[in-house]
Design a protein around this ligand. Structure first.
Ligand code: SF4
Length: 319
């Protein structure tokens, strides 16, 4: 499978089958906490990076095979920023014709200032975006965006989208220690959230390997403060799943090789997703992928994560 991966248990979306229409790593931001490592080079070019027809066909075949098991969502996400794919709206509309579950898009929201992007995302049932800054300065510090991107335009686009969108708009706020977890930074974010009025706010901290080694999660006290500040709809996604919530893949190595390039994993993930009895089998498959150069091990937050071989993390050379 080139474009479809998972299902991966998601703290926000339950059993979510990922649809990744982008080559690794196609993004217009270089977020300090990005689990896919650094973006080199940044791109703001919106085009058909891959064949929309092939992506849709792969989704159809995967669903028809039944191998994905019961699902809660189909989610456009993956190796970068999905709105950089010029065929996103076409793909969402085509998948909707046979999708048994709602469709979500996870986006950084930077292109919502473009009317055609807002129109395409309107076809989704839920749009999940992020808002980690309330000012241009903080936006640049966290997301290190393409020079064409400007915070005020991003915000204007988000407000326009909110007004017209009939689906669910969920906003993630990722709190990074000593970057956006001060009272002042959070109050700035709260002011913007009050204008946007999303349906849900998820307050999170980095838990996957960040691009930059110095990135640390904000403290629990800061996280709770943010939730109080952002209001009743703010919550912290709980633990994402328990054993047996996703079907056991027939070929663990193949399954893992598709997942880790979009979603780095640690041993705890495998234990909670599939149960302790299978952990040995999955760990063996990961070691096999690492030996073949199809995975790399990145140590962050005192844990080892398996990531795709092309990801570039500060202070880490893929072996
Ligand atoms: S977190 Fe998302 S928006 Fe930020 S660099 Fe990574 S893929 Fe791009």
């Amino acid at each position: 499978m080139a474009y479809v991966y998972g299902p991966v248990p998601s703290r926000r979306l339950g059993r979510s089958l990922g649809i990744d229409p982008l080559p690794f790593k196609t993004c217009n931001q270089n977020c300090v906490y990005c689990q896919l490592g650094r973006t080199r080079p940044l791109t703001s070019r919106r085009c058909c990076h891959t064949s929309a027809t092939q992506v849709v066909e792969e989704v159809r075949l995967t669903l028809e095979s039944g191998k994905a098991g019961p699902l809660d969502w189909l989610t456009f996400v993956g190796s970068g920023e999905p709105t950089l794919h010029g065929g996103l709206g076409t793909m969402i509309r085509a998948v909707r014709r046979f999708a048994p579950v709602p469709i979500a898009v996870i986006t950084n929201g930077s292109l919502l200032c473009r009317p055609e992007v807002r129109k395409e995302l309107n076809c989704a049932d839920a749009v999940l975006t992020c808002l980690d800054a309330g000012t241009e300065l903080l936006y640049r510090r966290i997301h290190r965006p393409h020079p064409e991107l400007v915070f005020d335009q991003l915000l204007a686009g988000l407000l326009d989208f909110r007004r017209a969108f009939g689906g669910q708009l969920w906003i993630d706020v990722m709190l990074v220690k000593n970057v956006n977890d001060s009272d002042q930074a959070m109050e700035g974010i709260a002011r913007v959230l009050a204008r946007v009025m999303p349906d849900r706010i998820h307050v999170t901290v980095p838990t996957r390997p960040p691009a930059e080694r110095w990135v640390e999660p904000a403290s629990r006290e800061r996280l709770l403060y943010a939730r109080r500040l952002f209001g009743e709809i703010a919550r912290s996604p709980g633990s994402c799943s328990h054993a047996s919530e996703v079907p056991l893949p027939g070929d663990p190595a193949a399954w893992l090789s598709q997942v880790i390039v979009r979603h780095p994993l640690c041993a705890d993930d495998l234990r909670s997703w599939f149960g302790a009895p299978y952990q040995g089998e999955f760990t063996a498959a990961l070691l096999q992928l690492t030996a073949r150069g199809q995975a790399q091990v990145v140590r962050r937050f005192g844990r080892d994560f398996w990531a795709g071989p092309a990801a570039r993390y500060e202070g880490h050379s893929p072996s």
